[in-house]
Design a protein around this ligand. Structure first.
Ligand SMILES: *Cc1c(COP(=O)(O)O)cnc(C)c1O
Length: 422
């Protein structure tokens, strides 16, 4: 007999042995109290500060977003009622797609269930529809783009991360008559670095390639209207497809693409992941729409966000903590070992009321395990000072300072319990 269950258990044991077994932190987000949350830990409910959310601007708790969602539920009910083609296109979907097209100054946009499914559906379909297509993919592209490229069945060439010379070498080697898609991201979420968008667009022009840009970690956050890094760099018109999420900077859920009429229509008409799946609930669409509209006209939020990230990086560097240099809002703190990374994260949570999830393989390469800190406009100076102080204690506790003796002093500071919270 085949031992099905033990085969799966063996796969899990393998992860555990590598220190990569994932333990979800059981939280309750608190409406309008971002970045505070309740952690449902072994000692009951404990109030913690979340330092690793992708709700980069706290829009998931923004009053305008919450109001729009509440009103939409009262008016339209819970679910969308079907796929987009069969009873599931609500007027809000049409409005959201108009708004997203206009945000990116593209003729059309299409909303999908998530950023993941947007990448999977769009790359899968575009790569399949173009005859003899070759896709050039950045080495650090997100799993969803890799899935889309695989779905497309197109020939794939991986270029070294952000390496324009390597990309050119690969482009030059392919028959000029074959259709080519260059798929890349604007802000890479683990190192927080930026793609050379203009230089990649130059190559696309020279080699007659189509450009597909994942702006998931940039929409809402960069550019004077929050349309992303391509907008900030003034090159959005040179990018053929901009893909984004409504879940990170915009704080709700959902994904989208924006581009030329025929490109968006092709995905709408051919992508199984779009066609055969129920559309986003109206309340979700209403919240996302309110968020996009709010951020479009509020550049001060973006400036504040950047100031907060820069301030935290300065504090960490001053404390000689191993912060990775980056131009973005993402603050990676390097640990370099899966097990240690998990222990550091556990200690921060249980002894300091600070929640930063450890980032281990396969999300990042082995040996580059890290804490990925994402300060928002709601993380004030006092919170940052407390974070740095806690990190220094934990670094000492686990002997992580280079050339410093291990300190055994147990930390005494305890997080407040939810009962004693404000
Ligand atoms: C998170 C992420 C996605 C997926 O977006 P979701 O809306 O969370 O599904 C796509 N691309 C990148 C680079 C991401 O980090």
């Amino acid at each position: 007999m085949i031992q099905y269950e033990s085969l799966f258990a063996h796969a899990i044991d393998k992860l555990t042995a590598e220190g990569c077994y994932r333990v979800f932190t059981d939280l309750e987000r608190l409406s309008r109290r971002f970045p505070y949350a309740c952690w449902r830990g072994p000692r009951g409910s404990v109030e913690v500060i979340v330092w690793c959310s992708n709700d980069y601007l706290g829009m998931g708790q923004h009053p305008q977003v919450l109001t729009a969602m509440t009103h939409a539920i009262a008016k339209y009910g819970a679910g969308a009622g079907g796929t987009r083609n069969i009873a599931g296109t609500n007027h809000l979907h049409v409005e959201l797609e108009r708004e997203l097209a206009s945000l990116h100054r593209k003729p059309a946009a299409l909303a999908l269930s998530s950023g993941y499914s947007a990448n999977e559906a769009a790359l899968g379909t575009l790569g399949r529809l173009l005859p003899e297509c070759v896709i050039f993919s950045d080495a650090l592209n997100h799993a969803s783009m890799i899935a889309g490229i695989r779905t497309s069945g197109a020939e794939k060439h991986i270029f070294r991360h952000n390496d324009v010379a390597d990309l050119e070498r690969l482009l030059r080697a392919v028959d000029p008559k074959r259709p080519k898609i260059i798929a890349f991201e604007s802000v890479y979420s683990m190192d927080g670095d930026f793609a050379p968008i203009a230089a990649i667009c130059d190559l696309a022009t020279r080699y007659d390639a189509f450009t597909y840009l994942d702006e998931v970690h940039a929409v809402g956050l960069y550019g004077p209207r929050g349309a992303g890094l391509a907008e900030r760099e003034g090159v959005a018109d040179r990018v053929d497809v901009i893909q984004g999420t409504l879940a990170k900077g915009f704080g709700v859920v959902g994904g989208y693409i924006a581009g030329a009429e025929s490109v968006v229509d092709a995905v709408r008409s051919y992508a199984p992941g779009f066609i055969f799946s129920t559309s986003l609930p109206p309340a979700i669409v209403a919240g996302a729409l309110a968020s996009v509209r709010h951020l479009r006209s509020n550049n001060a939020v973006r400036e504040h966000h950047q100031e907060r990230a820069a301030h935290l990086k300065r504090l960490l560097a001053k404390a000689q903590l191993p912060v990775l240099e980056s131009p973005s809002h993402i603050v990676p703190l390097m640990v370099g070992d899966a097990r240690t990374c998990k222990r550091v994260s556990d200690e921060l949570l249980t002894s300091h009321g600070i929640y930063v999830q450890p980032i281990n393989f396969p999300t990042v390469p082995r040996g580059t395990e890290r804490l990925r800190i994402t300060p928002t406009p709601f993380h004030d100076d006092a919170m940052m000072n407390a974070l740095v102080a806690a990190l220094k204690r934990v670094w000492s506790l686990f002997g992580l300072w280079p050339d410093r003796p291990r300190a055994f002093a147990p930390s005494v500071q305890r997080p407040r319990t939810a009962a004693g919270a404000r």
